[in-house]
Design a protein around this ligand. Structure first.
Ligand SMILES: CC(C)(COP(=O)(O)OP(=O)(O)OC[C@H]1O[C@@H](n2cnc3c(N)ncnc32)[C@H](O)[C@@H]1OP(=O)(O)O)[C@@H](O)C(=O)NCCC(=O)NCCS
Length: 473
């Protein structure tokens, strides 16, 4: 393995050059102005085009292929930043000073250790469970370990709330554009810490919880993998960065500088991405004034699906199924005739090449070459041949290009992670975006409540069960 991380930075800088070729260097978001609610927009099925809220956390320009966190281009963050710095940026809105970053890192390191959660995970049937199910339940165990919410004598005080149910507002009224909850809980009462509670337990909101989740969801993922594979759970190493410690806790090996750098880049690339399905799921849960642990748990659940984060695992299975670069054309033809979706391609927002794939492709190639493994090389060649085939056939007309999940699995494999860990690793990184957006949304919280268009029958007469005519099968 090379020890020179400069080469990795150069790969990212080159990926940026390619992305901006012929486009002008400063990304100008098409739609970042302040809007006045209620807002008019055209909505397609799956809430396509719907505007759910305002945010300063991040921006995706799908037609140009740009991704921006708090104003900074993703390529620059990958080239020059670290995951910890990016988490700080997402949470607080600006890059930290050295002092701020050091203190933030110390906070994260303190929160890596989760003995209570690991104790509970040991009792959970991990070997029979999907790794994302373990991560989800582990997030709930974290809530138990670090907040006082589940203590038997703590009852959330909701008496001062008039109502949190906005269904009481007739749905047929035209939205007026309220930006706050019409009825809010009395926050001071609801978050009051019970007497005689352990000093390590805290309210499930605010900075502490955001840091706790960023730091210890990684520890849950690592412990889950070690327990699933009957290996000893590894204690976090406070001397290591978030990226290096993650590799260490999962594989048991302290990574080289290059491996650490690549892991850092993957974490940065997956940290935030607009209100995709999992971020939206976590915002919906947070908007009910449920707590941030439940909200992150629902993000994990949504990310698991094959149309979202779960695609990265499916990509590797698909490449193995294709078997060799020579089979790609026939495989693709058959997949198209069976109307199969090609995993790792297409995106609701990107109608151009996904910038994350632009970075992950070269990183995968670098690691494959460095590994010297003929098996890795073959998988990468199949991936390149498939990318070529899909882009030729579906790129121009349907705007289908590789997405973040296409090359990430090859990178994860080369770093020593099992296929089961691909989606949990995505979650470990995306926690940063989830908590940053939840914290932002709760400042002007309004419960999410879209409508459906009812297409069922009306005015049906109720028939008692004994008078219903049995249908003959
Ligand atoms: C990401 C995804 C769910 C976006 O879905 P969407 O915005 O609802 O887009 P649609 O599924 O409606 O697709 C639009 C068109 O492109 C086609 N399409 C989209 N993704 C495709 C893919 N991966 N392979 C083949 N065709 C695809 C659809 O068949 C559809 O074609 P049609 O207009 O002829 O019916 C979809 O592209 C997909 O399923 N990709 C594969 C899974 C994946 O990689 N997910 C990770 C996303 S980061």
């Amino acid at each position: 393995m090379h020890e020179n991380t400069k080469e990795i930075t150069e790969l990212v800088v080159n990926a940026k050059k390619q992305a901006y070729e012929g486009k002008g260097i400063v990304p100008e978001p098409a739609f970042t102005k302040n809007i006045k609610w209620p807002v008019k927009c055209i909505v397609g099925p799956g809430l396509e085009g719907a505007i759910a809220c305002e945010s300063k956390v991040g921006y995706v320009n799908g037609s140009q292929g740009w991704l921006i966190y708090r104003g900074y281009d993703i390529f620059d963050l990958c080239a020059y930043s670290t995951y910890e710095e990016v988490c700080y940026l997402l949470l607080f809105g600006s890059l930290p000073s050295e002092k701020q970053l050091n203190s933030f890192k110390k906070d994260l390191i303190k929160l890596r250790s989760i003995p209570g959660t690991i104790g509970l995970l040991r009792k959970f049937p991990i070997k029979e469970s999907n790794a994302m199910a373990t991560l989800r339940i582990g997030t709930n165990f974290l809530r138990r370990e670090s907040t006082y919410l589940d203590l038997p004598d703590y009852k959330p005080d909701t008496t001062s709330a008039i109502s949190a149910d906005e269904d009481s507002i007739p749905m047929e009224t035209i939205p007026k554009g309220e930006r706050h909850a019409i009825y809010e809980f009395d926050k001071s009462k609801n978050t009051k810490k019970p007497d005689n509670v352990d000093k390590n337990l805290y309210s499930p909101s605010g900075y502490d919880s955001c840091c706790r989740l960023i730091s210890s969801v990684a520890s849950v993922a690592a412990a889950g993998e070690r327990l699933r594979t009957s290996q000893v759970v590894i204690k976090p190493d406070p001397e290591l960065s978030h990226a290096a410690n993650l590799i260490y806790m999962i594989t048991g090996k302290r990574p080289t500088a290059v491996e650490e750098r690549i892991m850092d880049i993957i974490l940065i690339l997956h940290a935030d991405h607009g209100i995709n399905a999992s971020t939206f799921a976590s915002l919906v849960v947070a908007s009910t004034l449920s707590d941030i642990y439940f909200a992150v748990g629902s993000g994990v659940a949504a990310l698991n699906g094959p149309l979202h984060g779960g695609a990265n695992e499916r990509v590797l299975s698909m490449l193995l199924e294709i078997g060799s670069p020579e089979n790609v054309k026939d495989w693709f033809k058959k997949a198209r005739s069976e109307k199969r979706k090609i995993m790792g391609f297409g995106h609701r927002v990107y109608k151009a090449y996904d910038p994350r794939a632009r970075v992950l492709g070269p990183l995968a190639e670098f690691l494959v070459n460095a590994s010297g493994s003929s098996e890795n090389k073959k998988i990468f060649e199949i991936a390149k041949a498939l990318e070529n085939e899909v882009v030729i056939n579906l790129g121009k007309d349907k705007k289908i290009f590789p997405n973040v999940d296409f090359y990430s699995g090859i990178v994860y494999s080369c770093l020593g992670f099992s296929q089961e860990m691909f989606t949990p690793l995505f979650a470990v990184s995306r926690v940063a975006g989830w908590v940053a957006r939840i914290a932002e949304y709760l400042e002007h919280n309004r419960i999410f409540r879209p409508r459906t268009i009812y297409t069922g029958p009306l005015n049906k007469k109720y028939i008692p069960i004994n008078k219903r005519i049995k249908k003959v099968k």
